[in-house]
Design a protein around this ligand. Sequence first.
Ligand SMILES: [Zn+2]
Length: 457
Amino acid sequence: MAEVTFLADHAFLPDGWGQNVLIRVDTHGIIEAVEPNAGNTGGAERLRGATLPGLPNLHSHTFQRGMAGLAERRGPAHDSFWSWREVMYRFVRVLTPDDVEAIAAMAMVEMLEGGFTSLAEFHYLHHAPDGAPYANPAEIAERIAAAAARTGIGLTLLPVLYTYGGFGSQPSGDGQRRFLNDLGGYFRLHEASAKALRDLPGSVVGVAPHSLRAVSPEQLNRLVDALPDGPIHIHIAEQMKEVEDCLAWCGRRPVAWLADNVTLSGRWTLIHATHMDEGEVAAVAASGAVAGLCPITEANLGDGVFEGIAFLGHQGRIGVGSDSNVEITAAGELRMLEYSQRLRHRGRNLLAGHEGASTGETLYRAALEGGRQALAQTVGAIAPGQRADLVVLDTAHPAFASGRPVDFLDAYVFGAGSEAVATVIVAGKPVVSDGRHRGRDPIVRRYRETLLRIIAS
Ligand SMILES: [Zn+2]
């Protein structure tokens, strides 16, 4: 790609809003220079409205996008995360690698249109429907990489180790057979996944023990020792039943057990650290690990409410993810995060930190920093050395009528949401214009055909 220079009317810089900001991007899509109050702007491409660093999406299972709206009908007994999981297992049973690619591309288009410019894909669907490994262990990882290449989203791929069906190395169930590997199989998968990403610029491969339900303590330690590079993500403490089962297994809660048995650090992202007591909150915050929150999915699945006030009070690091992809919106995840706190504590502006602080801006900034750390990508700021991942908001939307930059992030998060996303640029290249992904139509067509076939079967 050629060098490109943008001129943003307003740009959200590390120290606040700047006006008439020149952003010079090199041939690799990396920001070379940022110049506010630019005088000479000859030849620059104008970004009208408000330009933000694109938000990293730190947790997703893209294939679950295909289930959106298909698990909202009341079942015979109490519906919960666990009955939803049975629906997911049935859905997984029929997916071919082609199907996974079609659904992933659809989800990634919606992520880009929804203000996410990079993605950590927590990838656990590895084998054929009968559980037999494909000849290429990265068969499906390659499909996810292909969807990322086609849509232009920045990818951190997290191949998942999934061995057991419950705490204490319980045998796995039938619905889990496409996910399973022993440690040897996992190392082959990890190596093949790294190869699958070789031609995808800026991509990262990480490590993902699925949960304390699905891996043993021995596996967890060997995994972390054997793969010393890349981010580590784990599902932890999403459901109260998970906490109770963990207590029954070892006498400790999941987050406490993890903090005692591995060296938590900035390498770690704890997905759904929903159920934490005071000691767990303090331990995770002090470790520098990111709490990976997926507020829309957590609401959809009835998981519970994150200890947001306490965790941010301890300067804990947070980021957001779209997880089940039932609805895909960067602003909407931040809004739901704050609203869950308001409903629980019956107050307002609970995560803003101090008097006068903007809630939208506080949460957006926190999710940029936590997301950057969780994805281990050089993104999350409009600054030299960062990848030029930009989301341009249309400030002609009525939510921005005040015209004041100090209100822009609150107008985006609490008012307009994804409707305001006009242009999205990844690595200096525009992928969304006028709110629509440039490759949208054929991807939607293929997605529809795929879904109709899956539902018919
Ligand atoms: Zn998840």
